[in-house]
Structure formats: C-alpha cells, structure tokens
Design a protein around this ligand. Structure first.
Ligand SMILES: [Zn+2]
Length: 361
C-alpha cells in the first residue's frame, strides 16, 4: 500500500474465499476511515459464518483497508477521517474517468453483454494500473491506497464498503437503480444516491457501469450489467460489538444470497419497516450556536415538528438570560446520526436527518 518515512512497508490483509465460479464475485472492505472499526468485526464474523458454506462466487475481504487511518491516534481518540498531510477525506480519493464511456458504447453497440462486461472491466483495471505504475509525477499517499483497493474492487461484481457514522444508527447508501436490493439488508434506513461521482469507493465502482448503461440506453439498447456497490454504515465509530457484528454479517449474507453468491436459505432479510430518502433530502443540521450539547432526539424514530433535536447548555447565560436553548425543526424528520462530541462550535454538523422520507415497500 505504501512506505513510511522509516522505510516500513504499509500492508493490508486480504482474505479470499473461492466460489465454484457460477455466481457473482464480491469485494468487501472495512475501516477506510480510521475510527470506523466495526466493519473489521463484521468481516471476522463473515469469515466464521462462511467456513461451512459453499459459495457460487468468490468473496474478497479486506479489513483495516487504510493502514494509515486506523493507526492515526491522538490521545484516547482515533482520528483517521482525513489524510493528516493533505487534509483530504480518505474516502474521496478514488478514480473515475467518464470521458471514454460514450465512445466505448458506440464501438460496442452490437457486442454481447458478457464481452462488454469483460472489456469494460479491463479498461477500468488498465486505467488504475496506469495510475499506479506509469505515472512519473507520482501519487499522494491516499491515492496510492485508494487505487490499490479500487484495483481489487473493480474485479468484483458487488462491492460493499463498510463504514460507520460518528454516533449513529445503521444506514445504507444505495445507488437509485439498486433500490430492490436495499430490502435484503437488515438496515432500516436507506439513502438513495444518484449517478454522480464525489470520490467515494461505492461511486467509483458503480458510476462507470451506470454511465455505460445510460450510454447504451441512449442508443436504444437496454442492458443490465448486474453490478452493485453500497456504503454500509454499521452504527457508531470507536466501537466493536461482536454480537451486533454477527447480525450485520447475516444481513450481508441475506443480500448476497439474494444476489446468488450463495444458496444457503437460512440467510433471509428480517421483517422491518425500511425507510428511504433521496440524497438531496438527507440533510445536515448545523448548530446555530456554540455550547454544550444534550442530544435528545432518538435515532430512527420520526421526530414531529417543534420537538427538540437537542438542547444547548450555555453557562455564560446563567443568571443573565436563558442557559438552555432548544433546537427544533418545522417539519417531521428521522434523525440518523449526530456529532460525536458534547461540545460544539457554531456551525458544527450536529445531526443528519431524513426529510421527505418514504417507506420502502
Ligand atoms: Zn466512513
């Protein structure tokens, strides 16, 4: 993955379980952000559960995907959301170039789907190779890590990037076209994202195929490449819970069974109400003031208008004004996550909430 100043090599562990070659291949990574460790426990539980399971497709698992991020400690906290040298978010450094896709679709207007899949995948792998091996101006530390991971991910049909929020409920980032699949994860909240690339792993692996699908559609040809990528948000950062990880592993296996990676019928989605909202309606609420925060709103439950999200304690107002300030919204929202610290500056991203949400049927 890279080298440190001392010459020490940066490496990540890679586990691959072979299938019998008749199902889609899967790539799962965890811990790209340093404090988001629960995905490592989910990978452990997946490996345990899959010991006796026959697979149709291969599954590649990469815990500790970012060897810089997960070791980036400061005092008792893990940092590791941003490269400390450049300040760039570790999950915004993947590669996507759409400049050749329309021409590729024109050149392959009559090619059969399997051949298109193979050739297009080769194009994507070559682009990453070019970046890694034949780039005399070099790469940043974060780009080198991201491209190495992306090279593995591009070889799969299904990509799961395991993250967590700060203090958070479980939620799923799902490309709009894959909404049916969201019902197979035991995750009650899904954010439906459009075909736009902002540098993340899920986008880097689904945007090329989505863009290619659209390019064929523009020629009047409907194709389905059966490629799906998700960012799976497993809960809160700085937390390992092996029991919850086992449930999350089963939830992933339920989805993978649905996609015919395995046939084991025991892995079924749980009955639950699943809510979704469009990415544009997934809103950040920034603190209107500085102070000490008492987070009040419960995750996952619709919060009526006027009910407080949080209250802010301002001791400088005590005896000279109101020391408690209640923060409310004028529409019903579902709180999904909140900031990790109890002290905030004005403008801190305090909560993220679903607005204009709907039930996934
Ligand atoms: Zn993350």
């Amino acid at each position: 993955m890279g080298e440190l100043a001392s010459g020490a090599a940066l490496t990540v562990p890679v586990y691959r379980i072979k299938g019998n070659g008749t199902g889609p291949n899967v790539y799962i990574q965890a811990n790209m952000h340093g404090a988001e460790v629960q995905g490592n426990a989910v990978i452990f539980q997946l490996l345990e559960l899959l010991r006796d399971t026959q697979l149709k497709g291969d599954i590649t698992l990469v815990p500790y995907a970012n060897p810089v991020g997960c070791n980036h400690k400061n005092g008792e906290y893990t940092l590791g959301r941003f490269d400390p040298i450049t300040g760039v978010n570790w999950n915004r450094m993947y590669h996507f170039d759409d400049s050749y896709i329309e021409q590729f679709a024109q050149q392959n207007h009559a090619t059969d789907v399997e051949k298109i899949k193979h050739q297009f995948q080769q194009r994507m792998l070559q682009a990453i190779e070019q970046k890694l091996e034949h780039n005399q101006f070099g790469l940043t530390t974060g780009q080198r890590i991201a491209y190495q991971l992306q090279y593995m991910a591009h070889q799969a049909d299904i990509v799961l990037d395991l993250h967590t929020g700060p203090i958070s409920s479980k939620h799923l980032y799902c490309p709009e076209y894959a909404v049916e699949s969201a019902k197979y994860f035991d995750i009650p909240h899904t954010i439906l994202i459009p075909n736009s690339f902002a540098g993340a792993m899920d986008e880097a692996t689904f945007c090329p195929w989505w863009t290619l699908t659209d390019a064929f559609a523009a020629q009047g040809r409907a194709v389905n490449f059966e490629k799906e990528s998700f960012t799976v948000e497993l809960g809160s950062q700085e937390l390992i819970d092996l029991e919850v990880a086992k449930e999350d592993a089963k939830s992933i296996l339920s989805y993978l069974r649905y996609k015919s990676v395995l046939t084991d019928e025991q892995y079924q989605p749980s009955n639950m109400t699943r809510y979704a909202c469009w990415l544009k309606d997934y809103k950040a609420f920034y603190s209107p003031m500085g102070g000490m925060v008492d987070y009040l709103a419960e995750f996952g439950q619709p919060l009526p208008p006027g009910e407080p999200l949080a209250r802010i304690l301002r001791m400088d107002n005590y005896g000279d004004g109101d020391p408690l300030h209640y923060l409310t919204l004028d529409k019903t929202v579902i709180p999904i996550l909140h900031f990790a610290s109890a002290s905030v500056n004005q403008g801190t991203e305090l909560y993220k909430v679903f607005t204009e949400y709907f039930e996934l049927q």
